[in-house]
Design a protein around this ligand. Structure first.
Ligand SMILES: Cc1cc2nc3c(=O)[nH]c(=O)nc-3n(C[C@H](O)[C@H](O)[C@H](O)COP(=O)(O)OP(=O)(O)OC[C@H]3O[C@@H](n4cnc5c(N)ncnc54)[C@H](O)[C@@H]3O)c2cc1C
Length: 375
């Protein structure tokens, strides 16, 4: 094995999972993140079975299942409350794991940080990569804390807004998806098990709303909408309620539960897919730095942690490192492309409700079924 010490830039799902998987294979890992401290608040996520499979492989599944709310599927309804179908989510992580769980991002993050620290990963916060150089048998970094060091590999895991991607010669950049999203963490009745509602007309409000339980008492609600927040004088919570106004059934209760104290966030949804090489010499980009999709199949984090574990397996095996990095990339591309293509098609349909050829349920299901075989 030629890789013994690695610098990881970015401590999200990708960077932390890579750090854990490498440390478990006797690699010395230093991880830097520009955040001054880890955020303790954050939104809900739907974590699919294939992410849970990775969490099982890196030894954190018990902790993850303890903070998550398992779900077998979700209810598909029209905005007026009429239920169309119950969708059973394919078990992308195999029969031993739930098809999905809902959980709060900071809870999952905390589990990964604790595991990385237990394994001796050195984590340095408030630090960025100022510059790097790749040589035949090492890569050197200059960090913003003024230190210079030499590594067998540098991993760029700094997310969709990566400041380092272009320095690897990658010319693709993030692009708008045409969608924006509001997310709110709020209360739910215990029998409300998760669902999505589609609009019956294009009335300029929400393209779609949905919710996922994250605990026996709470859920996160998402509202897909136009990316621009209108300047209508409404406070954030009032704007979310306005966007949800025509959604009924369970969404009446969820809307009423949103108020001035609700934890809310609005963002434009962007995407990127780098089909060409992810590495240059001994510096490699992983996760959302090279592939991010509108979260319409909820596969973002799953693909990131799959990247991270598989990457660690490749680069700690016997063989030529450049060949390993190429083989790893070639193996990832078709799997990720399937999710990218399906997510972009779904994003197009979201913006054109009533498209005659729209089959969102089939496209979501097919994309997930394709992920059932291990990566
Ligand atoms: C609205 C929305 C909803 C989503 N919902 C889901 C969902 O339900 N299920 C799901 O699986 N996925 C979902 N995703 C996708 C998921 O959040 C991402 O796939 C995942 O978080 C990406 O992980 P990452 O580690 O690659 O990047 P990030 O999570 O972005 O982490 C990057 C890290 O790098 C650090 N960083 C950035 N720049 C630098 C720098 N220059 N130097 C050092 N550190 C740096 C950041 O502080 C951060 O800690 C959603 C995404 C969005 C936008």
């Amino acid at each position: 094995m030629s890789v013994r010490n690695v610098l990881i830039v970015g401590g999200g799902f990708t960077g932390l999972t890579a750090a854990i998987a490498l440390a478990q294979r006797d690699v010395r890992v230093t991880l830097v993140d520009k955040a001054q401290a880890w955020a303790r608040v954050g939104h809900g996520l739907t974590i699919q079975g294939n992410a849970l499979r990775v969490f099982a492989q890196i030894g954190v599944i018990d902790e993850v299942l303890a903070v998550g709310q398992p779900e077998e599927g979700l209810k598909l309804a029209l905005a007026n409350g009429h239920v169309l179908a119950e969708m059973h989510t394919p078990r992308t992580g195999g029969d031993d794991l739930p098809p999905t769980i809902g959980a709060l991002r900071p809870d999952l993050h905390e589990i990964l940080v604790a595991k990385a620290e237990d394994l001796g990963v050195e984590i340095r916060l408030g630090v960025e990569l100022a510059s790097f150089e790749s040589h035949d048998d090492s890569a050197t970094s200059v960090l913003t804390d003024g230190t210079t060091a030499s590594w067998d590999l540098i991993v760029i895991a700094d997310g969709i807004k990566s400041q380092n991607r272009a320095k690897l010669g990658i010319t693709e950049d993030r692009a708008p998806s045409g969608l924006g999203i509001w997310r709110a963490v709020t209360t739910r009745r215990p029998d409300m098990s998760g669902g999505i509602a589609f609009p019956t007309e294009n009335d300029g409000r929400a393209y779609k709303v949905g919710y996922t339980p994250v605990s026996p008492t709470h859920c996160y609600v998402f509202v897909l909408c136009h990316p621009d927040r209108p300047d209508n004088g409404l406070e954030d919570w009032q704007e979310v309620r306005r966007l949800m106004e025509n959604y009924h059934g369970e969404f009446d209760e969820l809307r009423e539960s949103i108020g001035p104290d609700t934890f809310l966030n609005h963002q434009e949804i962007e995407w990127i897919f780098v089909e060409g090489p992810w590495h240059s010499g001994r510096v490699v980009a992983l996760g959302e730095a090279v592939h991010a999709v509108p979260p319409l199949i909820a596969q973002g984090a799953a693909l990131c942690v799959e990247d991270a574990l598989l990457f660690a397996e490749y680069v700690t095996g016997e063989g030529d490192l450049q060949q390993q990095l190429s083989d790893f990339h070639d193996r990832r591309i078709p799997r990720i492309k399937g999710v990218v293509d399906a997510s972009l098609l779904l994003a197009k349909w979201e913006q054109n409700p009533g498209s005659r050829d729209a089959e969102p349920e089939r496209v979501m299901n097919d994309a997930l079924v394709a992920l059932v075989p291990a990566p």
